[in-house]
Structure formats: C-alpha cells, structure tokens
Design a protein around this ligand. Sequence first.
Ligand code: ADP
Length: 200
Amino acid sequence: MRVVGLTGGIGSGKSTVAELFVRHGAALVDTDEIAHAISASGGIGAQAIAHAFGADFLDATGAIDRAKLRALVFGNDAARAQLNGVLHPLIRQEAMRRLAALPATAPYAILAVPLLFETNAYADVMWRALVVDCPEAMQIARVKARNQLDDATIRRIMEAQLPRQARLAQADDVIVNDGDLAQLADNVKKLHEIYAQAYE
Ligand code: ADP
C-alpha cells in the first residue's frame, strides 16, 4: 500500500483535505481519531495513562481526563515527553495495524498525522509527504471560527508545531489552501489523479 502522510498546522485544512481524498476512493487512517479511540474508556491508551500517571488522570467514565492531563503537561516538558512516550507508540501501533488491514483494492492510503515531522514516527512507511499550507492569519481565523478559542491559545498550539517554512521544506507535495472550498476540492482532485496514476 502506498502511504501518503498528510500533515499541516492546526486549522490549515487537513481534515477537510482528508475527507476530499476519501471521496475519490483513497483509504484513510487518521491518527487523531486513533488517539481519541485509545483514550476512551477501556482503551489501551487510557490503561497506559492510568499506569503511568495514576488512575486520577481518568474521568468518571474511565476515559482519559484530557483537561487534567493538559494542565499537568502545560509548561512541564518532562511530563509532556513522558505523556508522548506513553501515547505515541500506541497510536503508531494502531495506525500500522489499520494500514496493514486496508483492502488491497484501495489505490493508496492517506495517513493523517498532525505532528508528522515533529514526531518523525512514520518516515519508514511513507511514500509521499503531503503538507496542507495556508497563511498563519488564515489558520487562526479558521480555528477561531471552528473552536471558539482565543488568539493566545491558538498561538500556543501553533508554537508547539513546526514553523511553516520548516514544514514546507520537508514536503514532497503541497496543497495551498488559501482560497475557497471549491478551489481546495480542485487541488485535491488533481493530486488524487497523480497518486492514483502512480499506482497503476
Ligand atoms: P485542520 O484539520 O488542519 O485543523 P480543518 O480541515 O478542520 O483543519 O479546517 C479548519 C476549519 O476551516 C474547518 O472549520 C474547515 O471547514 C474550514 N476550512 C478549511 N479549508 C477551508 C477553505 N478553503 N475555505 C473555507 N473554510 C475552510
């Protein structure tokens, strides 16, 4: 299976792009979705967090208490590294399992990873690295409209991600998402045709 790693800063349009590729028949493995799934009650992530940080970090349902963990790792690099050390290998393991289980009929798979280059966890399976890019002011405006977060919070999230130019420097392919949704759909279609053709 040819795996296209899909990344981009928060609000760049990754989820929208992933969905557009799926409409063309691409398979999708979404590590954000995996993170949520393993963090739910009974998930291997929830179990691992209870083991590493204590059962206090689970909520009443047994799911990971994200707010509490966020508060713990905020400004605490050692705790953040420990958290990532617990969760990232589990996310990767599940992503690899899902990729291996994809039907061979899919022309290629999109592997959506917000911190693709930051974690460098998928270099060994990636065929192409695709970056969704837009100006930072646009990222902020989109996230604000979507999540009602304030500028400072969005800036903080962006600062934990690679700077735009560093991300672009590692891309094999780039989708510039600075126009409307019709333009975005058009760009995805063009790239889909290239990816699907390379497969034939
Ligand atoms: P990401 O997954 O990278 O955080 P999303 O795909 O969720 O980004 O996009 C962020 C928000 O911006 C969403 O609400 C989405 O609908 C909107 N959006 C993305 N691209 C466009 C676009 N080209 N035109 C208008 N809205 C867009």
